[in-house]
Design a protein around this ligand. Structure first.
Ligand SMILES: [Zn+2]
Ligand SMILES: [Zn+2]
Length: 170
């Protein structure tokens, strides 16, 4: 991790921000939790790990990944956070009123801080297409869409990290 990498990340972030109509709001089903998003997402992926299954009460987590600075944190008290397992350093938040998953905060040393927003909270017009699946070995059902599938902890983590640092041109 040198300056070159940090600079590359910063440049990508600036590019992503420049074309986005700022202040898009994400909102849970009951409306109790709402927060603004200020830049385009980095990417969208499906995670089939058992924690995501449990957290989302679904066969997989369908998450949209943002840089932390691009997502305004919802007002304190509207979201209840819990760490399902340490590490990785992910705080998973649900609406304190309707219990819908609303935001995950990824904060790990030596890595950019990220926010994961469930796809269900994002305006469909702004939603990127899914890039790949991770922890596919835990899948409840096959997904035959031709997208890359990563199995196992390390390949899944690496695919994710690579996409964060070097997202494809949109
Ligand atoms: Zn997961
Ligand atoms: Zn709610």
């Amino acid at each position: 991790m040198g300056n070159t990498l940090a600079n590359a990340v910063m440049l990508c972030s600036l590019d992503a921000t420049s074309e986005f109509d700022p202040m898009k709001a994400a909102q849970c089903a009951c409306g109790h939790v709402h927060f603004d998003i200020r830049a385009r997402p980095r990417f969208r992926a499906r995670c089939h790990c058992t924690i995501c299954q449990r957290f989302n009460q679904a066969p997989f987590g369908d998450i949209v990944v943002f840089r932390a600075g691009d997502v305004d944190l919802p007002p304190a008290g509207t979201v209840e956070y819990a760490a399902y397992r340490p590490p990785p350093n992910v705080q998973r938040g649900v609406c304190s009123s309707c219990a819908q998953p609303v935001l995950e905060r990824f904060e790990s040393p030596l890595f950019p801080k990220l926010r994961f927003v469930p796809a269900a909270l994002i305006d469909p017009a702004e939603l990127p297409r899914v890039s790949f699946d991770v922890f596919y070995e835990r899948r409840v059902a096959d997904i035959d869409d031709g997208l890359p599938k990563y199995t196992g902890y390390l390949p899944s983590q690496l695919a994710f990290m690579k996409q964060v640092l070097f997202p494809p041109a949109v």
